[in-house]
Ligand binder design. Structure first.
Ligand code: AP5
Ligand code: MG
Length: 210
């Protein structure tokens, strides 16, 4: 059986943290459009040059570019056994495009875990977040401290002004996805104010009950 999950939640909710653990536990491909765009920026590709200023300001990359990279990524062999989508879709148009792509593959979305956190937690989590340059592992100085000697970086869009813009974009363009997936009966809310392990256990339990 293939499993397709869509992580929804504001910036800093823990989508990436949970998606990595779910991918490992269920042998799923982890498809993070944010990671894919950051990789394009780091490699100075044409797409990278285009999306760099958009990401730095906290805006959303246009739907057509985003859907195109997802369509390509879904052709990779590791996606055949299932995918955890992280940060995609982010607009209703992207959600409709994903439905069509999955339909072509004979697949559908089994569960949309929506991680809820308050705005104060978003700011605290994002300001303490560091990522390992070599492994992509996500850490937090207080909540999930990195090991000594790790080669860490902070994201350029984690500055206060960009975070505020990302939150606005989330409420305006991404939150409507909650109703979209609720209507399809696949959305479940998870309290993201719990510990990382407790959030994982709750999502894990919901998957087992599918
Ligand atoms: P993206 O990379 O997707 O960023 P985001 O949605 O803003 O989300 P984050 O990655 O900041 O947060 P997260 O929920 O993954 O939290 P994390 O697990 O790291 O997108 C970046 C940009 O790319 C966008 O702004 C846009 O420009 C562009 N883009 C990407 N996808 C796009 C799309 N589909 N369409 C258009 N544009 C797109 O956790 C955060 C911190 O909290 C970490 O330090 C972690 O250790 C800690 N933490 C996690 N869980 C807990 C917990 N339960 N308790 C305490 N601490 C916790
Ligand atoms: Mg993330």
């Amino acid at each position: 059986m293939t499993l397709h999950l869509v992580m929804v939640g504001p910036p800093g909710a823990g989508k990436g943290t949970q998606a990595k653990q779910l991918a490992k536990a269920y042998q799923l491909a982890h498809l993070s459009t944010g990671d894919m765009f950051r990789d394009q920026v780091a490699r100075h590709t044409e797409l990278g040059k285009l999306v760099d200023p958009i990401m730095k300001s906290g805006g959303l990359v246009p739907d057509d570019l985003t859907v195109a990279i997802v369509r390509d990524r879904l052709q990779q062999p590791d996606c055949t056994s299932g995918v955890v989508f992280d940060g995609f879709p982010r607009t209703v148009a992207q959600a409709q495009a994903l439905d069509a792509l999955l339909h072509e593959m004979g697949a559908s979305i089994a569960l949309v875990p929506c991680i809820t956190v308050n705005d104060e937690a978003v700011v605290e989590r994002i300001s303490g977040r560091y990522t390992d340059r070599n492994t992509g592992q996500i850490y937090h100085l207080k909540f999930n401290p990195p090991p000594a000697g790790a080669d860490l970086f902070q994201r350029p869009d984690d500055q206060e002004a960009a975070v505020r813009q990302r939150l606005q974009e989330y409420y305006r363009k991404t939150e409507p996805l909650i109703a979209y997936y609720q209507q399809r009966g696949v959305l479940q809310q998870f309290d993201g104010m719990q510990s990382i392990d407790d959030v994982f256990s709750a999502i894990d339990q919901a998957i087992r009950q599918l």
